[in-house]
Design a protein around this ligand. Structure first.
Ligand SMILES: [Fe+2]
Length: 238
């Protein structure tokens, strides 16, 4: 299998996910939005202060490792490129407050059981597998926000673009309050390109020695199931 075939498989898995996951396909409600804020704030912190760093540790390519750390720093320390110096979890808090959640309630939130399961499975992929498999796990969740996947507006503009308009209409929010979504229209192109470029550059050379390239095609599918599990539970909170 060539790197192009692996990339095509990754694209197909993200496209299929975008076309059928309920968070993208169904309307937003206040209950769903509140659970999303509380869980995704925790998710952003865990993925970018623990899980993605394990991939950086395992990555022998210095430039790629620095790009992983830079992306993580935007998420958990401060994003001076797209987020006015604020980390993404903080911008998520502001979105939650804009829809009526007290900050104390957001901060006190605990991970749902499905969020814990997703983190445990991600850890399996990101801590102890080949770094190229790990970096796909780093980025495929973000890839849905990039244009080219799903249908209609999502395919043309990306999921964040669609969510920004959906939340604006449902909750009557202004552009400042919707910053979480506008930031991710741009940041997730950079963040997910990291993995797609790493596979393009390294997969064929590494696969001769170290692992089965076919596993890269399988990664998004596994993660999609986990992500789907979390989203389904979130959507139960109407
Ligand atoms: Fe982010």
């Amino acid at each position: 299998m060539s790197a192009n075939t692996a990339l095509q498989g990754m694209d197909e898995a993200v496209d299929a996910y975008c076309k059928r996951n309920r968070f993208q396909q169904e309307d937003i409600t206040l209950g769903r939005a509140r659970v999303f804020v509380k869980q995704h704030r925790l998710n952003t912190r865990q993925r970018n202060s623990v899980l993605k760093l394990k991939v950086a540790t395992n990555c022998p390519d210095w430039d790629t490792r620095m790009k992983i750390l830079h992306a993580c720093s935007q998420e958990v320390i401060g994003d001076f490129e797209y987020g006015q110096g604020k980390p993404h979890w903080k911008i998520m808090e502001e979105l939650g407050m804009a829809i009526g959640l007290p900050r104390e309630e957001i901060v006190a939130a605990k991970p749902l059981p499905t969020t814990e399961v997703a983190w445990a499975a991600w850890e399996g992929l990101m801590a102890s597998r080949h770094w190229l498999e790990g970096i796909v796990a780093n980025a495929c969740a973000e890839r849905a926000n990039v244009p080219g996947y799903g249908r209609g507006d999502a395919r043309e503009h990306g999921n964040s673009w669609v969510q920004r308009r959906r939340w604006k209409k449902a909750f009557d929010l202004n552009d400042d309050q919707l910053e979480f979504w506008s930031v991710h229209e741009l940041a997730d192109i950079d963040h997910s390109n990291l993995a797609w470029q790493a596979v393009a550059e390294h997969a064929e050379r590494l696969t001769r020695h170290t692992f089965d390239l076919a596993s890269l095609r399988a990664r998004p599918t596994h993660l999609e199931k986990l992500d789907q599990l979390t989203v389904e539970l979130l959507l139960g909170a109407r």
